[in-house]
Design a protein around this ligand. Sequence first.
Ligand SMILES: [Zn+2]
Length: 319
Amino acid sequence: MNAPSTLTIAGLRTEPGEKRTGFLPVAGTALELPLTLVNGSRSGATLLVTAGIHGGEYPCIEAAIRLAATLEAAELAGRVIVLPLVSPSSFRARQAFFVPEDGKNLNRQFPGSTTGTVSDRIAHAVVTEVAAHADAWIDLHGGDIPEALVPLLGLAEGAAPDVFARGLAMAEVFGIEHLVVPGHLSGTTLAAAADVGIPALLAEAGQLGRFDETDTDLLYQGCLRVATHLGIVPGEPPPVCELIRYRDWPWVRAGQDGLWYPEVEVGAHVEEGQVIGTLRDVFGATLEHSRAPATGIVLLLWSALAVNRGEPLFGIGIR
Ligand SMILES: [Zn+2]
């Protein structure tokens, strides 16, 4: 095995056995992304953990902060790089889904560019300056402020078979049983990681703008288990969880602006054609019934009364 070596990102230099915090400047913007490097005293794999790509997904942000704060460099074999708040302006603005400066969904802009707007530039900095050092990547999310969500994992179907297999092994130890493997992931961290051959796992827990300890701990412990599985954190190999695998989770979107009245709970099993909720106008008249496109589990459910055309009402995990 190689000798442990220095790790330097954005001018932040860590010797083996050292942990440092700092900021990653995003070129062409005023943004600086908080960054922690934990460089183990022994050599091993490098795990990247990102969170806060969406500003109102609080458990994932806190889980990443907790991970960065609690890891001890002297105990690690390998490195952990943590970016707990990839979109600081979304967080400060409590802006669900979109980056305030450009109105884009940051998790559709990867791998980004140096010539686009703020979202493109953040994505580019994360991929080229941080992910380039990583052997594995966990991107933490949750339901954003108007969304109820069942904790779930995601993998990129398009990854090379050996890369997919390593990502699946990470999913099996994370501690969340629902795994979505959708075929269409353009612009996401998972797609960007697949393109450069890094096994990557999407892990989502939390919902409805709540800062919830159970969901925070689920994500925090999951990251520790993956780091243990990769040999970075010392300990027994974590137990393997039997996954419930979904080949897709199609989202049904509002056909018009209205008021949304869901008729099922998130996590419910629903049959194809079943009414999931009703969109009404401000006088109570029905605008449309929204039906399940397939039999499956309601993994995502819009839970704000106000909904606008094009926003996702629900997502059904289909086997
Ligand atoms: Zn998200």
